[in-house]
Design a protein around this ligand. Structure first.
Ligand SMILES: Nc1ncnc2c1ncn2[C@@H]1O[C@H](COP(=O)(O)OP(=O)(O)OP(=O)(O)O)[C@@H](O)[C@H]1O
Ligand SMILES: [Mg+2]
Length: 220
């Protein structure tokens, strides 16, 4: 399914396994854009809206007997609402959206790691969002063992999965980076925070430039 939607925004998603540095890098990317006169919308999945945050709580800290199908449908439900009420309107206003996780996460976690079927989960989510794909996806690639060392706080429901689960997630992101080579930027997330951020800025620079020129905003 492909989207018939056209918008003048720039839709940037950040993907990767647990604790790979997404939140840290999104915050720094936001700073970089603000220095250039752009005020990006920062949002996340699951969550991003009041309803979405309630669903996030149910998904991440829900009962141990939540079955994979229920989990996958809750993710796609919050995603449909998030896109419809928050992200798409921003993209139609021509804004830059920095989003922490999107449908690739469902494909990797539920489709591959939970073995619900990569194609089925992709189709379910494309249906939920009317086929809208990001303009660019920053994949923060990190060995799950290294990511585990970075983790702080109590593990949530998905973080309690065995290490093999995180390895299946990583493998599926590699597959997605080949399937969607045009929009994927694979970033080595093993370095320090600054060096990872430099890689991200280099990867985004041409698209941001083009967006600013086309929309005649910021310091293009
Ligand atoms: N390049 C890095 N090197 C070392 N530590 C890092 C690096 N990037 C982030 N961290 C630290 O690792 C921890 C996890 O980072 P962060 O919360 O950004 O990851 P995340 O991908 O958003 O995690 P989650 O999947 O839980 O949302 C934080 O304590 C953060 O300060
Ligand atoms: Mg995070």
């Amino acid at each position: 399914m492909s989207s018939t939607d056209t918008h003048t925004g720039l839709f940037i998603t950040f993907e990767g396994g647990d604790s790979c540095g997404k939140s840290t890098q999104i915050a720094l990317t936001k700073q970089w854009l603000e220095e250039r006169g752009v005020a990006p919308l920062l949002t996340r999945e699951p969550g991003g809206t009041e309803l979405g945050e309630k669903l996030r709580e149910l998904i991440i800290h829900g009962p141990d007997d939540m079955d994979p199908h229920t989990e996958a449908l809750l993710y796609s439900a919050q995603r449909a609402y998030h896109m419809e009420t928050k992200v798409l309107p921003a993209l139609h206003r021509g804004e830059v959206v920095l989003q922490d996780r999107y449908l690739d996460s469902s494909v990797a976690y539920q489709g591959a790691a939970r073995a619900l079927g990569v194609d089925e989960i992709l189709q379910l989510n494309l249906w939920a969002v009317r086929g809208l794909l990001p303009d660019v996806t920053i994949f923060l690639d990190l060995d799950p063992e290294v990511a585990f060392e970075r983790r702080t706080g109590e593990p949530d429901r998905l973080e309690r999965e065995p290490n093999s689960f995180q390895h299946r997630v990583r493998e599926q992101y590699y597959e997605l980076s080949k399937t969607y080579a045009d929009r994927y930027r694979v970033i080595d997330a093993s370095g320090d925070i600054e060096s990872v951020q430099q890689q991200i800025r280099r990867a985004l620079e041409p698209l941001v430039e083009e967006h600013l020129r086309a929309n005649k905003v910021g310091n293009a």
